[in-house]
Ligand binder design. Sequence first.
Ligand code: ATP
Length: 509
Amino acid sequence: MAQQDDLLKKVISHSKEYGFVFPSSEIYDGLSAAYDYGQLGVELKNNIKEYWWTAMVKMQENIVGLDASIFMHPTTWKASGHVDAFNDPLIDNKDSKKRYRADVLIEDHIAKIDAKIQKDVDKAAKRFGDAFDEAEFRSTNPNVTRRQGEIDQIEARFKKAMDDEDLADVKALIEDLGIACPESGSKNWTDVRQFNLMFKTELGAVSGDSGVIYLRPETAQGIFVNFLNVQKSGRMKVPFGIAQIGKAFRNEIIARQFIFRMREFEQMEMQFFVKPGTQMQWYEYWKDFRIKWHQALGIPAENYKFHDHLKLAHYADAASDIEFNFPMGFKELEGIHSRTDFDLARHEEFSGKKLQYFDPEENRSYVPYVIETSIGLDRMFLAVLSSSYTEEQVDEKSERTVLRIPPCLAPVKVAVLPLLKKDGLPEKAREILKSLQAEFYCQYDEKDAIGRRYRRQDAIGTPYCITIDHDTLEDGMVTIRERDTMTQERVKIEEVASIVRGRVKYPVA
Ligand code: ATP
């Protein structure tokens, strides 16, 4: 864990040092949970978006894009359930003045009990070796069953309290469990209150409730309200999808862990409209497609796992998260949800407009069911950055920090480096640079010894460095160095573009 915490710290400081991510408005000491993407961050972010858009829109016959406005009619959020139910239960510690999510305090308490169970399981597994039957051990070992019983009881009580909106019992549960403020150790808690996560603002000069509008907490609703516009104008036939990339805003109670949980973030969502009754098949299809999309990048497969939801939101009939092994452990990166006809049916109800599809094969109209895939762009950014950050010993004397970013996502694809700043080498280098720039984002660097320049490019994940030397002027060849293996090869100038192209194109999921 210490090592992992360390990794997050290193990623944060590396991001800042090289211009990937800066704290927002840093000269005023920053704004909590808001970040700015710097000169390389914006490139990486754009590349992730393009990889997603290519796979989800360009390469799909029946999915089209959309760019809906962030402000929407306020009734949208009544219909979607966000006004009434997009809440987190919050609690303050009176001594430390720190604010927490009550559910997170309880979940953390459960995680501690679970960790004890896991410790017993690991010990027993070691002791019994191949003969170990984990399921049997878990169901018979008295310590484990007692602790599991404790967990089940806590979960049941918490669920009931939330279902009954009995916030007093949520507080009582926290007290009964003896949960203390992680910062101060104090158990002096306020009452639990529901806190709506939507940011409110006012439209125009109107004040009071009639002018209240919200910053959208998800991009999905922009897709639902445009369902018929797109279906009709695009002559789309069910099954079809609408994809969108855009900002979303949530007034998260606790927003720590760098860009993992922010108050302003970006989502890449696709809503796929299907015939009722076929949703399970499409749900499985999109789960499979999305995990392949991740794995095609070459980030080791053991960093991903599915977490199927056992408890479902009231509108869902199946839901699963793709979790990623972040420096803080496995956490949600993407959600795949089968949302039934909940959203379209609610918008029909609240708008009084029909949001149905006439199915010519069935000769009837229906409200389509929806499968949603929703991934946080910033979380994907963190997944790429944290899994690619590597410190390695190059030889006895030197080490390097290298970002092994999948080449298709790397911010800079090629660095063009004249060996010396004289003898016509810079001119030749700039000529080569020009020939590559329209296709690849390149950097030109003539400062410092070549080794240091290589290290700078390693540190930002540039897959290829091209070095121009005196021989280049004679034989039209350059040295191309590959980031991960550090192998160097002499190739003809004309071959450079195709070598780079071959490695940096987006994989097909
Ligand atoms: P969490 O349980 O972590 O709060 P969620 O289940 O509320 O996430 P969804 O509403 O399913 O998240 O949103 C879809 C995706 O949007 C998530 O998988 C995540 O990648 C991203 N996301 C959600 N909230 C944030 C946030 N505050 N900051 C950054 N990304 C976020």
